[in-house]
Design a protein around this ligand. Sequence first.
Ligand code: FCB
Length: 458
Amino acid sequence: MQNTRECRFPGNFVWGAATAAYQVEGAAHEDGRGESIWDRFSNTPGKVRNGESGEIACDHYHRYREDVALMRELGLDAYRFSIAWPRILPMGRGAVNEKGLDFYDRLVDELLDSGIEPFVTLYHWDLPQALEDEGGWTNRATADAFAAYTHVVVRRLGDRVRHWITLNEPWVVAWPGYALGVLAPGRDGGEAAALQAIHVQLLAHGKGMEVIRGAAPEAQAGITLNLTPIYPASEAEDDVRSARYTDGRENRWFLDAVFTGHYPDDMLELWREHVPSIEGRDMDTISMPIDFLGINNYSRGVVRADPTGRNKLGLDVRPENAKFTDTGWEVYPDGIFDLLERVRREYGPRRIYITENGAAFPDVRSHDGQVHDPERVQYLEWYTDSIGRALEGGVPLAGYFVWSLLDNFEWAHGYWKRFGITYLEYSTLERVPKASFQWYRSFITRRKAAAKETQRVG
Ligand code: FCB
């Protein structure tokens, strides 16, 4: 049983780990970095738990060599990290800060010297504050600024970086960031602001794709969406209808736009008063072909109809007898299987990478100095088993990135929620590989051995 399982992943399957600039780098004021919306938001009292910020974070900016050594120890094929836009263009556009580019140059070289493929995300939420002051993601000019920024980065790193991700999770930027105000930039403009922020981000994605195609024609490029499979709480018609709308907000709004060039009709109708201004060739830009779709998935949603009928998207249900992680997200490994199958069936992407998957648990260092995190090991075993099943079923899955290499600044939660397979002792910045790190290392070794064996026998 174990053996057949191990054969599922082909030899060129990419095993990786992911981080994001603001969550790990620190060095917020170094080498000419400009202010980002996350610096501003974190410094606004009451926004982030305990008033914490990414000012020091994991100090990856200075300790990246040590972190790449951890990746080597893990046997990773790839490392997904993001570039801090305000390090490159402190004011969002205009003057380029060479020292910022130098850092990523060093990081990329260190990775390549270690045989680890860089997967670079251009935008993981740290918009230059100067652009936010001009309307941020609700301002169409931000999409052009993103294209110009992309050009600067790809010109510098494009000779070595072969995988580019334009944006990370435009959903999160738009809804918690622009509609509800609970993540940076902290605006509470409701549906209209969210839909406008999504549209401008997707435009930025399309324009960024055009730039990458021009500047690095050999590279593979795509976008990372956070997708959550949504299940109705029952077969009742109104529950099913609500779940369908919620699926529209979570998934179809993005997938339809990127793969078909249309926002879904039912959602356009539902949100008719808030629909963003769509100009000329916007939807063509948004739907230009991508080489791969990046999917971040952690959990699922269960929805029942709102008995008052007011909220067409229904109400979230917390399933009974289920397991939950420290962020309250249900552990539901079948969800990633269903999601992958569905994306393949309905949208037919050329290739898919799971660009994030993982779990937070309240880890502690025990008296032996180690961190025992059996729940995370279990989570990862289950989820990787599910993606293996999807792969066998014909889903064009090319790689998997665990979130995260390190415990890090978990946005509005501060340092409270630990997602790492490496524990961070924040007072000393010491890195302590958790049991899940050791598990992942031996998992990767076994997968590689099994793939070789299959090749030999086959
Ligand atoms: C995702 C983010 C990532 C991290 C994980 C837990 O939504 O992309 O930065 O916060 O959640």
